[in-house]
Design a protein around this ligand. Sequence first.
Ligand code: RIB
Length: 299
Amino acid sequence: MKILNIGSLNIDYTYSVEHFVRAGETLAARTREEHCGGKGLNQSIALARAGAKVYHAGCIGAEGTALVKELRDSGADTSLILRRDIATGHAVIQVDPTGQNCILIFGGANREISNEDIDNCLSAFSAGDILLLQNETSGVAYAIEQAARKGMYVALNPSPISEELLKSSALKHVHWFILNEIEGYELSGEREPERICTVMREKYPGSTIVLTLGGDGCMLLDDSGFYRHGAYSVSVVDTTGAGDTFAGYFLGCTAAGMPVEETLAYASMAAAIAVGRPGAAASIPLAAEVRRALAGVND
Ligand code: RIB
């Protein structure tokens, strides 16, 4: 089983700030750092560090070379990444003293992936393989439909949620929804976690709903019922990429055949380690670190 991630590749400009900039305010940042990011890239790196074989497809401009190197160094296959004469996607990220962030993205090359590009990527994959998507690239609904037609399993992290995605009939082909409460509310109209999962399953029968709940852990609903896992407590440095770390580890462990409870423990611990470090991709732990940390809490 191969995993293809058609996902965003961003240069993250991260500013540490006293508080998030308010309307009309000019604020001096304390520090500025440049990191590799993009929900797509982060999730591929998490998959690779979890031990999965992942093929990353996406699109960059000339300044995106470091993103490809970061993916390759982490063990992801980068042969499907397109290079075009357009600006690489980027994100402007403010991180406050509590480690919370707010993110502004510029899609750039991420939004220049055509249906033909998607067909080309998918041609190397077949029934039983997995397609992972977020919502920072163009052609998400088309990719879901074409992958489903081939008999691939689709995992969707519907982030950032958009009107276009909410209205898409392609969502009925999604096998795993990996989402947070905000996305869950937009898709289900419900705010209470169990209701989000239940209504999502009613809307998309047969799917598995994986709901992340920040400091309250996570919840999963599939054919066999509800599973829950608490969050591991850590001192928070930067939450950027924590959800991506969870998503990549969840999918990697699931694809490897790990039981649900263990998978949720791995994904939760990987995300907890990531929030204790600065940056997005750079903060994602290796599987050995996650194993050691889990052994520590289980002692
Ligand atoms: O989820 C975190 C990511 O969101 C950042 O790396 C940024 O690039 C945006 O895509």
